[in-house]
Write a protein that binds this ligand. Sequence first.
Ligand SMILES: Nc1ncnc2c1ncn2[C@@H]1O[C@H](COP(=O)(O)OP(=O)(O)OP(=O)(O)O)[C@@H](O)[C@H]1O
Ligand SMILES: [Mg+2]
Length: 338
Amino acid sequence: MATTDAPAIRLDGLVKDYPTQDGGTFRAVRDLSLSIEEGAFYGLLGPNGAGKSTTIHILTGLARRTSGVAEVRGLDVSRDFRKVRRMMGLAAQEFAFDQFLAIEEVLMYAGMYFEMSRGQAKRRARELLERFELAHKRKERVQNLSGGQKRRLLIAKSLMHDPDILILDEPTAGIDVALRRDLWSYLREQNRAGKTILLTTHYIEEAEALCDQVGIIDQGRLVAEGTPAELVESGSGDRVIVGLKEPCREDPERLAAETGFQVAILDDGLSLVARGGRGGEMAGALMETLQRHAIRVDGLEIKRQSLEEAFVRATGAEIAPDGTIVRRDAAQDRGVNV
Ligand SMILES: Nc1ncnc2c1ncn2[C@@H]1O[C@H](COP(=O)(O)OP(=O)(O)OP(=O)(O)O)[C@@H](O)[C@H]1O
Ligand SMILES: [Mg+2]
C-alpha cells in the first residue's frame, strides 16, 4: 500500500545477480539499502561498474532484481509497475531512440505513451525543445543529432509527462561546459519546484553542486552516505603544503609541537605538509614557526578537504601525505563469484 509518509524511493537489501558467460553469476548490486525523501536531490556517485545503472534499471523496470525491496512511494516497482512508471521520468545512460523519427515525434510518442493527447504532447514537446535549445532541429532525425544534442533530447523525453520523480543516469555525459551549467540550473529549478531527483554521476563537482544527499557506491555496495558537507567533514581535513628553499633539518615532532598541528617533512626536506586543522590557521602557524627557525619558504598551498577525497576514501583508495592518490588494487576483491 502507498502511504503518504513513504519515501519517494526506498531500497532495502537490494541484490542483483547477472548470469555470466561461463554459467556463473556476477553480483552487480549487493545488499543495497537507501531511502530518498520526497523533494530530495539525491546523487549516486561511483566509479565505472559500481552498479549505478543497474540500480536505476531495477527502479524503472528495465531490469529485474534478484532479491530485496525496491519501492517508489511505498509501491513495489514490479507489482505496481504501471503506476510507478508514471510517477517517474527516466533519462537512461544509453541512447535508445528510433533513429529514423524526427525528434519532435520522439517526444510526442513519449507523451502519448503516458496518455497525453496529440495536441498536449505537441505543445509540451515544443516547450521542451525550446528549453533544451533543440527547437531548430525539431524536424531532424535523431541519427542526425550530435552526442550532446541526443543527451538533451533524452532528458527532454524524460520530462514529457511532467513526472514527480526524475531519474537521470549520467545526464551531463557528453554535454559541453556551458550547457552543463544551464542544465544544472534547470535541474535545481525543477527540484525547487518540488520534483524529487535521483541522478548518477562521475563528476564529483556535479554531485557537490546539485545534491543535498549523496550516496557513494562501489562494487555494488553503498559505502558512504550523507550531505556533501557531512562527507567532506568525515575526512582528514585540510592540508597545507609549504615548499622550502633549502632542505629542512628540523625534527617534525618539534615543528608539530610548536605549530599545534601534525607536520610531515617530504621531498628530502624540501616540503612540509601540515594537517589536523583549518587551512588558514595551519598556514599562519607554520609560517610563524618557520620564520622563527629562519627556514626560507618558497611557496605555500592550502588544499581544502573535498568531496573528492571523501569519494576516494570511501571507494578504498588512500591519500598519501603529499596528496597523491594511492589506489588499492580493486580487482582483488571484485568478487566475481557470489
Ligand atoms: N546485462 C548485464 N549482464 C551482465 N552483467 C552486467 C549487465 N549489466 C551490467 N552488468 C555488470 O554489472 C556491473 C555494474 O554495471 P552498471 O552498469 O550498473 O555500472 P555503473 O555504475 O552504471 O557504471 P558506469 O559508471 O560505467 O555507467 C558491471 O560490472 C557490469 O559489467
Ligand atoms: Mg552506468
